[in-house]
Design a protein around this ligand. Structure first.
Ligand code: PAF
Length: 284
């Protein structure tokens, strides 16, 4: 490890975290992650580094936000590499707890966000957002950061976390940052590692479908159904793509629209074999 890497401290318990946070300059910028860090995470850390005196990253694969146990088992992990990435990005502190440290014996609370958590990913993945909101509430309380950074690729997650923090009077400001994409348009995600070579070649169709609908909207198309159809047709042209939903929704509530008035959100979930990808584009 480099010198810079040695300056990143890794703590695993709530007590160690509390003690380490006490000595760090404020404001604190917090980047919660499930590890397997990539350029998308780096962009969040870089923003935290630019805005805050101290950057803290958590690495915790949260069992409560997975449906099938196999999804949790298959989730990629590489902690040593992740810590090196944090070091390269000037992260002062990494919190990498065991499951019992986040959910100690007797833990019996679930944070359930309302309307904004129900459609789209909430409908497709029952219990997912309860798991996300619960772990993020715990992490926000443990870290007590001034700001926390999330990617807009998981746009609904961002809205759910904002709602949760507002309703539970958590002072951490929730900041959403643009999706990072590969040169061919594919949104960077930890899940991309599971794509076969043929699926990886096919996967940019997701962004092409969204971009086609954005272009139609820019040319004046205001029928949500026409935009949905356009996205579905583009996805249907790729045999390896199995769309789960295409959505044209109000970007604040995620309610499906008939007539598209900004701010709106185009979004989709598409399976390639056993890998499920999500992506979105705002209409603003
Ligand atoms: O987006 C993620 O990586 C996770 O959902 C999060 C926010 C770290 C909660 O486990």
């Amino acid at each position: 490890m480099t010198d810079i890497a040695r300056s990143t401290r890794v703590v695993r318990t709530r007590a160690e975290l509390r003690e380490a946070l006490g000595g760090l300059p404020r404001p604190i910028g917090f980047v919660p992650t499930m590890g397997w860090l990539h350029v998308g995470h780096r962009s969040l850390m870089q923003r935290a580094r630019a805005e805050d005196a101290t950057t803290v990253v958590s690495i915790f694969v949260n069992p409560r936000q997975f449906g099938a146990p196999s999804d949790l088992e298959q989730y990629p992990r590489a902690e040593a590499r992740d810590v090196e990435i944090c070091a390269e990005e000037g992260v002062a502190l990494v919190f990498a707890p065991a499951v019992e440290e986040v959910y100690p014996p007797g833990f019996d609370t679930t944070v359930s966000v309302g309307a904004v958590a129900r459609p789209l990913e909430g409908a497709a993945r029952p219990g997912h957002f309860e798991g996300v909101a619960t772990v993020v509430a715990v992490l926000f309380n443990l870290v007590g950061a001034e700001r926390a950074y999330f990617g807009r690729k998981d746009y609904q997650q961002l809205l759910v976390i904002r709602q949760m923090a507002r309703d539970l009077a958590i002072a951490t400001e929730v900041v959403g940052l643009p999706t990072v994409r590969a040169p061919d348009g594919l949104a960077v995600s930890s899940r991309n590692v599971h794509l076969s070579p043929a699926e990886r070649v096919a996967a940019p169709v997701v962004h092409r479908a969204l971009a086609g609908a954005v272009a139609a909207w820019q040319r004046g198309e205001r029928s949500a159904d026409a935009l949905r159809r356009m996205m579905s047709d583009a996805l249907a042209g790729e045999p390896l793509a199995n769309p789960e939903y295409v959505s044209v929704a109000d970007a604040r509530t995620l309610r499906e629209l008939e007539v598209v008035e900004a701010p709106a959100l185009l979004s989709t979930a598409v399976r390639f074999g056993s890998t499920r990808l999500i992506d979105n584009e705002p209409l603003e």
